[in-house]
Design a protein around this ligand. Structure first.
Ligand SMILES: N[C@@H](CCC(=O)N[C@@H](CS)C(=O)NCC(=O)O)C(=O)O
Length: 143
């Protein structure tokens, strides 16, 4: 269905969606948001699969129907669309340093914690990867 303004699909329990929500807040911009309930497996619904076949949040749907997924790609789009308050650096050195620290934080911090959680929590048994893998056991967001 065509939309008039960008629409951010997110989920309150999703760390990756939170990274985009924080970016939006720090930018000081308003973006329409629609919550996807990972706890009730809404990411696997036909309606959301039509938006993002990878069945993951965050996803940013543009007015022309394009859907951008992946936190860094969404950040990049928002940075260049709303350049008034640069968050990803404004010089060659600044951009490189932001990228360096983002990679360190994501790969050495965020990913390590995420993999530990996804491989250890009973509620995420069989769900070491997000998205369309081993959907039958999914119970993300449940106690
Ligand atoms: N590489 C993706 C990761 C997205 C991702 O893993 N999202 C999780 C929530 S944090 C998800 O949608 N999980 C749904 C599931 O596991 O079924 C990004 O940067 O956005």
């Amino acid at each position: 269905m065509p939309i008039e303004t960008p629409l951010l699909y997110e989920s309150k329990g999703s760390p990756n969606a939170r990274r985009v929500r924080v970016f939006v807040a720090e930018k000081g911009i308003e973006i329409a948001q629609r919550a996807i309930d990972l706890g009730s497996r809404e990411q696997f619904s036909d309606a959301f699969q039509a938006v993002n076949p990878r069945m993951q949040v965050p996803a940013l749907q543009l007015a022309d129907g394009t859907v951008i997924t992946e936190v860094l790609a969404i950040w990049r789009y928002l940075e260049e669309t709303y350049p008034h308050k640069p968050l990803l650096g404004s010089t060659a050195k600044g951009k490189a340093l932001v990228t360096m620290w983002e990679r360190r934080a994501e790969l050495d911090g965020f990913a390590a914690v995420m993999e530990a959680a996804r491989n250890a929590l009973p509620g995420l048994k069989g769900r070491a990867l997000s998205g369309p893998h081993d959907r039958t056991d999914s119970c993300i967001g449940r106690a």
